[in-house]
Design a protein around this ligand. Structure first.
Ligand code: NAP
Length: 372
């Protein structure tokens, strides 16, 4: 039986991937035990209590412990690396460990997570380069383009993605990265269940009384967290169920980038939807805040200080950048059919406000960009 290891079980995405894998009725997944790496004894206990023998939690120091990671990875057939994607040496150590299994077979796989900001331009401080990338027709050139960006200006999430895919290409390990856009919806894991973009804009707007923009053209594609998790499930099933274990079928190495993108919005539209939700609910206006819905142009420094722990490069790519992605491969190759479409996207703004009001929301940007 294939051995599967997952990271990020306490996170928004990883927790949801774990939940979706465990509740799948598919014969290839039903009896599987999944090993998960977590950083505290309390997390081990919570996972054991909830999932019993289906999950085997292993305590580790984290993505900085590369020797442990490589030794551990060498014991597995499939590794789903859905934890923090900003720590390059740790992510590459998974490939190094899997590489020890290549000659003995079967082909080991790494399913990585990354983000659309790796492709983003920096239109405020550099030349704007708006364009749409297609994961099928631009396959191969996406890696090269990111490599060029990286040579000019390293960015940890991109360093990690490129490092994983390049190391896989030379070692014979199979690796594919899901370069994710804005992820929304209630997560299904046992720990963090919230995304970043909408909760952060909601928090900003409630605090200030108005929306923000860095320009008028910044965009985000979007995907519901459950649809994203289902894509990881489909990848695992493809590897387990196909006689070729997905080799030469799922793109890998320097061509191993897929875009799980379902819809697209301007940043100004996202702000407008949040404003509509909070004005409709009577949360705004408050005394001293604008009485009409307003989206103000603000400085990059202010947004970086408030939303991305002072990182102006991260803020510019995320809140100001162009990063349109067309996801052709997942539906075409794997039959991925996202269920959460425009209606779910619109409803999210109302639901997120309810979650905030009910005290179900904290702050997670620091852990998401590897700053804690
Ligand atoms: N959420 C989004 O909207 C979004 C959008 C685009 C891309 N992404 C990508 O997806 C990744 C995961 O996002 P998420 O929303 O699931 O993040 P999250 O909810 O903050 O979860 C992060 C996970 O990584 C773990 N982690 C953090 N630092 C670690 C370290 N040094 N060593 C080991 N584990 C560590 C956390 O474990 P602990 O519980 O022990 O801290 C947690 O399990 C992000 O890093 C980002 O690259 C996310």
């Amino acid at each position: 039986m294939s051995k599967i290891l997952l990271t990020g079980a306490t996170g928004y995405v990883g927790g949801t991937v774990l939940a979706q894998l465990l509740q799948s009725p598919e014969p290839s997944l039903k009896g599987l035990t999944i090993d998960v790496l977590v950083r505290s004894e309390a997390q081990v206990q919570i996972l054991k209590d909830a999932y019993g023998t289906r999950v085997h939690p292993i305590q580790w120091e984290g993505l900085e412990d590369t020797a442990f990671i490589a030794d551990t990875a060498s014991q597995y057939d499939i590794i789903i690396n859905t934890g923090c994607a900003f720590i390059a040496p740790g992510a590459k150590a998974f490939v190094d460990g899997l590489a020890r299994r290549v000659s003995a077979g079967p082909a080991p796989w790494l399913l990585h997570i990354s983000g659309c900001t790796n492709l983003s331009d920096r239109p405020l401080t550099q030349t704007a380069q708006p364009r749409e990338w297609d994961d099928e027709s631009d396959s191969g050139t996406i890696f090269d383009f990111m490599q060029e960006l990286e040579e000019r200006e390293p960015y940890p999430q991109r360093t990690t993605e490129l490092g994983v895919l390049a190391a896989a290409a030379v070692s014979g390990v199979q690796a594919v990265s899901l370069s994710t856009p804005c992820i929304f919806g209630q997560g299904k894991g046992l720990f963090n269940q919230q995304g970043l973009v909408i909760p952060y804009i909601l928090r900003y707007i409630i605090h200030h009384g108005y929306g923000f923009k860095l320009n008028d053209t910044a965009n985000f594609d979007w995907v519901h967290v459950v649809d994203l998790a289902d894509l990881y499930v489909l990848l695992v099933r493809t590897i387990l169920e196909r006689p070729d274990r997905g080799v030469e079928f799922i793109p890998s190495g320097k061509k191993g980038i897929m875009f799980p993108a379902v819809g697209r919005a301007l940043m100004t539209e996202i702000n407008q939807r949040v404003l509509d939700a909070v004005f409709d609910a009577g949360v705004l206006p408050r005394e001293g805040t604008p009485q009409e819905k307003e989206i103000r142009e603000v400085s990059l420094k202010e947004i970086a200080d408030e939303l991305t722990v002072g990182r102006e490069d991260v803020a510019e790519r995320g809140w100001g950048g162009h990063k349109a992605m067309k996801g052709t491969l997942a539906p075409k190759l794997l039959g991925w059919e996202p269920k959460f479409l425009e209606g779910a996207w619109k409803q999210e703004f109302v639901d997120e406000l309810v979650a905030l009001k009910e005290g179900r929301r904290g702050v997670t940007m620091a852990s998401c960009i590897g700053a804690s």
